[in-house]
Design a protein around this ligand. Structure first.
Ligand code: NAP
Length: 250
């Protein structure tokens, strides 16, 4: 696995109870960072934290709740006294056609996938500004670009919005030494993509469009995130980078 030096850094990873977030938390901890593991589910957050080397702690909070985010960041500052890296990873992907989607499904997707990144970036940005440095990585999706994804309009809108927010946040936060980038995974083998993976017809279509000929594993996303968290990417901000086996080429 690709490795960078993050000793002394404190990182918050949201939605890290399983899947891509869990792999990112592991990657950051392996590189020496102390990791604040967030998930809405206290059990999975605690389990991830218990598996990490170094001083990891778990924080159960719904990141779509602005007040809960403020409280969580205060607790992280009490526990670790600094926050250097924020990974906005928590996400949901409801499936419904536009004609069938409920207001609640639409709102929840935008709240978890987009508004949460605003709440955490605002709170973490204030702390990072004090030190004059910091890194924010938003886990968006190739769905935020123009690719066909049926029955996922709220997800596509939230991820396109997250890429837009990433750019604006990068422009505003550059003055404070904070870099902000988005990572756009293709289809990764996690619980989120279980339905797609169980549909042989859809799977065949997806695989036919991936030059590398396979779906991604959570670990395939980690190397890029670590690079973006490290000084090796010090002149890189405001970008949305695909990690998708070559499916989308911009
Ligand atoms: P996942 O396996 O479903 O994991 C998502 C995690 O986020 C779960 O542990 C979930 O907790 C947690 N979560 C959900 N809502 C939350 C909230 N309001 N507050 C805090 N935690 C919350 O998904 P994944 O595949 O690892 O996806 C991670 C990120 O990558 C998402 O943003 C997703 O959109 C993005 N992504 C995934 C793929 C893919 O193919 N898998 C592709 C592109 C982008 P619970 O289980 O308790 O709900």
């Amino acid at each position: 696995m690709f490795s960078v030096k993050l000793n002394g850094k404190v990182a918050l990873v949201t939605g890290a109870g399983r899947g891509i977030g869990k792999a990112i938390a592991q990657g950051l901890a392996d590189c020496g960072a102390r990791v604040a593991v967030n998930d809405i589910d206290p059990k999975t957050a605690g389990l991830t934290a218990s598996l990490l080397p170094g001083a990891a702690k778990s924080y159960s909070a719904d990141v779509s709740d602005a007040a809960a985010v403020e409280t969580m960041i205060d607790r992280i500052m009490d526990d670790f006294e600094r926050l250097d890296i924020l990974i906005n990873n928590a996400g949901i992907e409801p499936h419904a056609s536009i004609l069938e989607m409920t207001d609640e499904q639409w709102r929840m997707t935008l709240d978890v996938n987009l508004s949460a990144a605003f709440y955490t970036s605002r709170a973490a940005g204030r702390i990072m500004r004090e030190r004059g440095e910091g890194v924010i990585v938003n886990i968006a999706s190739i769905a935020g670009h123009n690719i066909p994804l049926r029955n996922r309009s709220s997800y596509v809108a939230s991820k396109a919005g997250l890429i837009g927010f990433t750019r604006e946040c990068a422009r505003e936060f550059a003055a404070y030494g904070i870099r902000v980038n988005a990572v756009c995974p293709g289809v990764i083998e996690t619980e989120m993509t279980q339905n797609l993976r169980q549909n042989p017809e859809q799977m065949a279509k997806w695989l036919a469009d991936i030059p590398q000929g396979r779906l991604g594993q959570p670990d395939d996303v980690v190397g890029l995130v670590l690079f973006l968290c490290s000084d090796a990417s010090r002149y890189l901000t405001g970008q949305a980078i695909n990690v998708d086996g070559g499916k989308v080429m911009l």
